[in-house]
Every structure is written in C-alpha cells, then in structure tokens.
Design a protein around this ligand. Structure first.
Ligand code: ADP
Ligand code: MG
Length: 597
C-alpha cells in the first residue's frame, strides 16, 4: 500500500474530529485539502476573501459550540485571515485555522508566499503550531491538539501551519489513530463561593443579573431562566446576550439600561467581561460601591474592580453549573421580599419602570411616525416596518429568524427594535466592534442552522458601508443556495452618511440626486460619504438572486414580505434619510459623560 498524501491525512483528521463544514479559500498548497475534505462529505464553503472566511469560521464556532474550521493559503491568505483570528480572539470564540506555507526545504530562500506564520500568530492565538515532521502521526496530533486548545478553557483561535511538502507529498506512516477530542470539561464553583454569593444577593436591595454572550455560548438559558423567575431578579442582556432570557420578559431592564446599571447595588455578571460594552464597571455608569459577583470560565478575567477598587467576587466555573448551584442555594428566596430593605427596593423597581416607560415612549414615537410622502425613510421607521412585517409572517416566539446586524447606525438603532425570544439568534459587530463581518456571519449562521436541513431564516440588517466590506460574498451565498435576506440600510455613507444641505434636500425630494456623487456635485467630499443611492440590490441580481429597490413605506413592506419567503439570496436596498441619527462614537459618549459630571 502506498502512503497517502498529507492532504488526505489532514482532511481525514478533521473528519474524524466530527467536522462537517470548512470555511476557506483555496490556492496553492491547500486546494488538495479542500478537495479531499469534499470527498469525505465535508461541505467546503469557499469564500471570495479569506477575511470573510475567517470571520465565518469563528461565528460558526460560537453558534454551534464546537470549533469552526478555516482553511487559508499561506502568506497573504494568512494575512487576510488574521482579521478573523483577531476577531475570534477578542470575542472568545473557538476556531481552528489551518494555513499552508512554503516548502520546509525552501525556508529563508524566498519560497512561494513564504512567511513565518507561527511567529506572526503566536501572540494572537491560543496556540500556533507546525507538525514537527511530515508523518501522519505528527500531522494528526498537531491538528488534534489545536482543535482541543481552541475549544477548552476560554475559547479562542488556534493555528496549524502546514508546509507545502507536508500537504502535497506522501507522508511517512499511515498508522495514525483517529483523533478524538471530548467536549470541554466543565467546572463547578466551590461551596464557599456559592455561599458568599448567595449571601450577597440576599442582602441586595437593588440586584441585577447581567447576561453576556458567554451565557449564550454556555447554553445556560434554562438555568438562567429558572434563576430569574424563581428569584424575581431583574436582568440586563449585553447585545449578544440577548435572547438567553426572552426580551419580552417582565424583568427585562433593557429599556431602562442606564438606570439598571447606575442604581444596582449587587450585580451578578454571567459571561460578560467588564470592558467597554459594560463601561468598565466604573462611575458614573455604576454606583461607586457596586458589588459584583462575576462568573467566568477564564480565571484571568475574574476579580476586576469597581470604582472603589473593590475586586469582584470571583466565581470560577461554567455558567450552566454555577447558576444551577445558585438556584439550589437560593431556593425559596425572592428578591425585593425582605421588609428590612425598606423603600430602597421599591424605589429601584419604580425607577426601572419609569425609565423603561420613558424610553419606550420615545422609541414608539420614532417608529410610528409615518413618513411624510416624498421624504426618505428614517432608520427607526424602516426597522419598525421590517419588524412588523416579519412578525406578521413568523411570531418572535417561533425563533425562526436569526438576525445579523452591523453598521454603526444600523446596529445601534435596530438593537432595541427587534426583540429576541431565543438565544444565539443575533450576531453583531461584537467585542471588537468589527465592521465587515455581516455577510460572513450570515453564511456562518445559515450553515449552523440550515445544514443539513433548513430550519431558520437568516436576516441581515446591513449599513451600506458595512455591506461593502464583503459584498462579493453574495455570490458565495448564491453558490451554496443560501436563502439569506439582506436589508441594505442605505444612507449614502458611514454612520450618519453624507450630510445633505438644504439645496440638496430639495433636489433629493425631486429625485434629482439619484446616484450622484458628492464630488460630481462640487461638494466637499466628507470622509463618511458614499455614493448617493448606489444600487446595491443589483449585487443579488448579478448572481441570479433577487434585488429590490425601496424608497417608500409601502415598497418596504412588500419587499420584506416577499424577501422573507424568497428561496434565494435577496438584497433589499432601502433608501434612508442621510445626515441624521446619533453618533455612537466612544469618545463622544465619554465627553458627554464628563459634561454631566
Ligand atoms: P459580551 O460581549 O456579551 O459582553 P464577552 O465576550 O465580553 O461578552 O464575555 C463573555 C465571557 O464569557 C468571557 O469572559 C468568557 O470567558 C466567558 N465564558 C464563555 N463560556 C463560558 C462558560 N461556559 N461559563 C462561564 N463563562 C464563560
Ligand atoms: Mg450608511
């Protein structure tokens, strides 16, 4: 029997690890790996740029709870894929990246696409390795090791460097055992920490549970639902923690987010870092003396301080197990039921209610104000129409829609408009605030939920700028028969878009500004400007998908209705009023905070 080529051994190892989907982009020397994988029944999703492939692999890892796999050619391919490696690292998502590299015997001679990927990626991955020789055992062992390491502990990216001669030539032995990696071990908390946390919660007058995407990744929704319900605890999801608890739940404080954070005296933090998303647990967003009970599987994440410098009470363990332990310890106790708390508790609850009512009133106003005929739609109004239409086809409780959202205005404004009743059904720019992930995430979500059987509709809300980062992946969607529905929220630019002046407003209303460029009009070209009314829907038409151009409420309603049931990729290009909306710039938020102090 002749020895197999390395490509076959690599594909077989992935198959033996249970891999069913590989994201990537082929070229020398990794094409054979993809071909061998396809022969083994693995679906290879070939992208148009490694950047999108790398984003997709990590999001797939998050959604499925098992490592996503990404195959990259060497040198420039790995460099493009670094975007997804950094993104996986920032979001703590499990993904194994396999990259080709030049022949070992040509190193330092200027080999084809030669690059020292191991040195480059070591600081950005949990592990970056190369099989020590071209034997089946060494190759399989490196892949197995990297697969395990990206998955165990806090998830993240790992990398295996595969030299051309290892891939393309027969490898030394065939006696490699099929690799086996068990699902990651899960740790429980110690009895003392559970007792201490229980005591803290029971003496809180204004408790709050913050639910992060770690809780969604941990699949702890049932335990968390029991905790919130049995103990009557108000909760606040982070953007991707949404849906672990249904948004419709009475104890959801999302509409009163700032009040909930500012007034809570004890915070139970489940799977979220105290980073910029949660304002570093610092004043004035939080009480100076807020007590934090932090649950995480990454010990180095624990013990962060509040503004007083008091470290959080650290519970090292798996959220599902720890919350179950808390449920047992807190049995029979309900928050706000202790009369000795006096009025503090009831003040907190009524502040939450008032805050929510005020914000909901504002949001309702923006969503329900009908568009004046002849003027463009606003984000709020457009999202409201999309939401109402989609809900009239499939109620949120069905959980049939997975939302992807990106683009600063698009993501920020849509977040509170589309309620989620189920976990892991919303992906956005995430911890790294990465723009350009949207179409890759659509492909990841579609693959996670619709292979081998179609179960969910993937709906993307993309800013016109965000869409542009990886627009060619619409071809990938069509090629793989993915019925993704993409709304391009087209305000002619990045965040507020191209700010129109009065003269332009008049022209716009007469339809005279169609597809004109600010430069053409002799206007100062702003850094945030993009072409006016670019016909992004034609990206779908180009590949035999469906494209719909929308300016009015009626057109949008019809497009949403038809797009939802369309069985091929659909782009609805929604013209939005440019030059309005709020800035979410972090510096700006901080300046505003300072001014308030
Ligand atoms: P968010 O974006 O929602 O704020 P982060 O990504 O900042 O969330 O935080 C998620 C946290 O969840 C990470 O610190 C990660 O280590 C942690 N985590 C992931 N899985 C688990 C788990 N099974 N149990 C406990 N913590 C987890
Ligand atoms: Mg825009």
């Amino acid at each position: 029997m002749t020895n197999p080529i390395g490509a076959k051994v690599i594909a077989q190892a992935l198959h033996d690890l249970g891999v069913t989907v590989i994201f990537g982009l082929v070229g020398l020397p990794v094409t054979d790996i993809a071909e061998q994988a396809i022969d083994l029944g693995i679906r290879f999703i070939g992208f148009r740029n490694e950047q999108a492939a790398s984003y997709a692999a990590s999001a797939y890892g998050y959604l499925t709870g098992t490592p996503g796999i990404c195959l990259l050619v060497g040198g420039p391919g790995v460099i493009h894929g670094m975007a997804g490696i950094a993104n996986a690292s920032a979001n703590a998502w499990p993904a194994l990246f396999l990259g080709g590299s030049s022949e070992t015997y040509l190193w330092a001679k200027g080999g084809f696409q030669e690059m020292d990927a191991i040195s480059l990626l070591t600081p950005h991955t949990k592990r970056a390795i190369r099989p020590h020789l071209n034997s089946a055992e060494a190759i399989v062992s490196a892949i197995q090791d990297a697969f395990r390491v990206c998955w165990y502990g806090r998830p993240g990216p790992t990398f295996v460097d595969l030299p051309t001669d290892f891939i393309m030539s027969p490898v030394r032995s065939t006696a490699a055992r099929p690799p086996a990696v068990m699902p990651p071990p899960r740790a429980a908390a110690t009895a003392e920490t559970i007792a201490a946390a229980t005591h803290l919660l029971q003496t809180a007058s204004a408790p709050l549970v913050i639910i992060g995407k770690g809780a969604a990744y941990a699949r702890a929704e049932q335990k968390i639902r029991a905790l919130v319900d049995d103990c009557n605890l108000p909760f606040l999801p982070t953007p991707m923690g949404k849906g672990v608890m249904p948004d419709s739940h009475a104890l959801n404080t999302s509409s009163a987010r700032s009040v909930a954070l500012r007034d809570a005296d004890v915070v139970l933090l489940l799977g979220a870092r105290l980073n910029w998303i949660l304002h570093f647990a610092a004043t004035p967003k939080y009480r100076k003396d807020v007590k934090i009970i932090q649950v995480d599987i990454a010990p180095e994440e624990l013990g962060r301080s509040n503004s007083n410098g008091d470290p959080a009470m650290s519970i090292f363990g798996d959220i599902g197990i720890v919350v179950q332990q808390l449920n047992e310890a807190l049995k029979g106790w309900r928050a706000f039921s202790n009369p000795s708390l006096g009025t503090t508790a009831s003040t907190y609850l009524s502040k939450l209610r008032d805050g929510a009512a005020k914000n909901e009133r504002k949001a309702r106003l923006a969503a329900t104000a009908e568009t004046v005929p002849g003027t463009p739609l606003t984000f709020e109004r457009a999202f409201h129409i999309i939401k109402e239409t989609l809900h009239s086809i499939s109620a949120p409780s069905n959980g049939e829609v997975v939302y992807i959202g990106e683009g600063s205005q698009t993501m920020d404004i849509s977040r509170s408009i589309f309620p989620l009743e189920h976990p892991r059904q919303k992906l956005d720019a995430g911890t790294y605030a990465t723009m350009g992930v949207g179409l890759a995430y659509c492909i990841a979500a579609w693959s996670a939920y619709n292979l081998p059987k179609r179960q969910k509709k993937v709906v993307a809300l993309e800013g016109d700028s965000a869409l542009g980062f990886a627009a060619m992946e619409i071809e990938t969607m069509r090629r793989h028969d993915m019925d993704v529905l993409i709304f391009c929220m087209n305000n002619s630019g990045i965040y507020h878009g191209d700010t129109a002046d009065t003269a332009e407003w008049k022209q716009m209303q007469k339809g005279l500004l169609d597809q004109s460029s600010p430069a053409e009009r002799g206007k100062r070209l702003q850094s945030s400007s993009l072409l006016h009314e670019a016909r992004y829907e034609q990206l779908a038409e180009m590949v035999g998908g469906r494209g719909i151009f929308v300016r009015t409420e009626q057109e949008l309603e019809k497009a949403a209705r038809e797009g939802y049931v369309e069985d091929r990729v659909t782009v609805v290009n929604v013209i939005i009023e440019p030059g309005v909306g709020k800035s979410i710039s972090f510096a700006w938020q901080q300046a505003k905070e300072k001014a308030k102090m």
